[in-house]
Ligand binder design. Structure first.
Ligand SMILES: Nc1ncnc2c1ncn2[C@@H]1O[C@H](COP(=O)(O)OP(=O)(O)OP(=O)(O)O)[C@@H](O)[C@H]1O
Ligand SMILES: [Mg+2]
Length: 238
């Protein structure tokens, strides 16, 4: 079953075409990666698909819903971890989880989630006092608290230490085993190769290439996904 259908998505910021005719399909249960240079339009695609930003053109369906017109219903069924999210500095970890859980009709057990993400010891810590990595973990847990069917993760592991990054890979695989469809933006090609079934490389607002890690390596006539990425985006080769 196709859970995300993006056809000819476009979004402009003034004269700047941030997204320019992106087409993507994501199947249920997939881990779908989005990679691409800084400023390519990845976050904008995620924001449009999750109902957080209005598009200028194209058709979108997520779980059969239009993110713009059926925003409320969609937000009950998806989880979003945003690249530049923030919370009031004084809010405590436990409070944030409890509050987010209250937004959903069928929330997960937020205490269990807090435990799963190693946040229980920090439950009384204020958001402002958390290091970048702990903030990131909290946002992951917040993205999962609504028991979502689809999760959008925008640079989930940026700022995590190597061990937290590997732990996160395991948790992403667990999510998928529970049937959750995952769309993840990442700049780490080792991560994309290890986790993603398929990856779209977005460059200057368009899909430059799409396929499994193996297919992308073949398309770029490269030895690794990182080299393929550089070839397919016209970047420098080593
Ligand atoms: N709110 C905004 N107002 C104006 N321009 C924006 C806004 N958000 C993004 N842009 C521009 O749109 C383009 C795409 O930005 P976007 O954040 O989607 O890229 P990205 O691929 O996520 O980049 P990164 O890898 O750095 O996160 C960029 O040129 C950016 O400067
Ligand atoms: Mg981004």
């Amino acid at each position: 079953m196709t859970v995300i259908e993006i056809d000819g998505l476009s979004k402009n910021y003034g004269a700047d075409k941030a997204v320019d005719g992106v087409c993507l399909r994501v199947e249920q249960g997939e881990i779908f990666g989005i990679a691409g240079p800084n400023g390519a339009g990845k976050t904008t695609v995620v924001e449009c698909a999750s109902g957080l930003r209005r598009r200028d053109g194209g058709n979108l369906r997520v779980l059969g819903l239009d993110p713009q017109n059926d925003r409320r219903r969609l937000l009950q069924r998806i989880g979003v971890q945003l690249q530049e999210a923030s919370l009031p500095g004084a809010i405590k970890v436990g409070e944030a989880l409890r509050m987010y859980a209250s937004f959903y009709d069928k929330p997960a057990d937020w205490r269990e989630l807090m435990d799963e993400w190693g946040l229980t010891d920090k439950r009384r810590a204020g958001f402002a006092s958390l290091s970048g990595g702990w903030k990131q973990r909290l946002f992951i847990a917040l993205a999962l608290v609504g028991n979502p069917e689809v999760v959008f993760l925008d640079e989930l592991t940026t700022g995590l230490d190597p061990s937290a990054r590997r732990t996160t890979w395991g948790l992403i695989r667990n999510m998928r085993e529970r049937g959750v469809t995952i769309v993840m933006v990442t700049h780490f090609m080792d991560e994309a190769a290890a986790l993603c079934d398929r990856i779209a490389i977005i460059d200057r607002g368009r899909v430059a290439a799409e396929g499994s890690p193996r297919e992308l390596i073949a398309k770029g006539r490269a030895d690794s996904l990182e080299d393929a990425f550089l070839v397919l985006t016209g970047g420098e080769t080593a």
